[in-house]
Design a protein around this ligand. Sequence first.
Ligand SMILES: [Zn+2]
Length: 289
Amino acid sequence: MKTPFAFALTTAVAALKIASAQQALSPGAAPELVKIKDNIYVLQNVNSNMADLRDYGGNAIIYLTPSVVVLIDSKSDREHEDLIAKVKTLSDKPIKYVVLTHNHGDHTGGAAKLAATGATLLISSKDRDAMVRNNQPGVPELAYSGQFRIATGGKELQLREFRGHTRADTVVSFPAERVICAGDLMTTADTIPMIVNYGDGGSWTDWSESIDEILRWDFDTLIPGHGPAISKAQVEQIRRRFGAIMDRVRAMNRERKPADEITQTLIREFKWGEGPSAGQIPGMMIELR
Ligand SMILES: [Zn+2]
């Protein structure tokens, strides 16, 4: 049985092939380090396309302290050695903790190899269960529900569970730096649109409530699961845009519009609903009645 991620990826790759049959699905150059703060870097794909996502995984955040390194997400299995080499250009300290924001393979692909280096991995309990069900490699030894704190290297990380993209996404906050990592609760690359994964318990209604709650926090910068970091004002813009998309689906649902018309309307009005987000419409029609 395919994992939900493999299924989503297959669907997305198929959509990409249709969209640009002549464009080869080979990944671009290796991901690059993007500095967010003196002690926070993102290992970010050069191209925000599905080929880079498949081969390199999503964003991994590197958090430096005087005595240890903490990673948020693990990129892909094949990107592991490059990830380690790039962390070494920033710090000679060991990677002590790896927080996985959710169970999808583009965020957990490097987990097994990181665990083998001696790092302690953790994820929300419900998304850990999903990894076990899907027979994914690198299932973390530690799992939490609700919220969790890691105090290490003289710094504190706050973890909080939200439903949205999956049933239990983890948002990591670095309060001292006023930076948060949202996993796939937010993506900022046009070519990797935001979706909720209904197969993994996601929900647009819960997504909007989760983002509203996060917007009440004190932060300046949000690092998404895919694409560049954004300001709090940009998070508010994305929240409004998807609020409008959800309202439009509700209104068309009331008028009993068919899925195809809803899809075409969303593409026309919001440039959303094709490619990797095409499969969202039937689930939204059920959820947003
Ligand atoms: Zn995901």
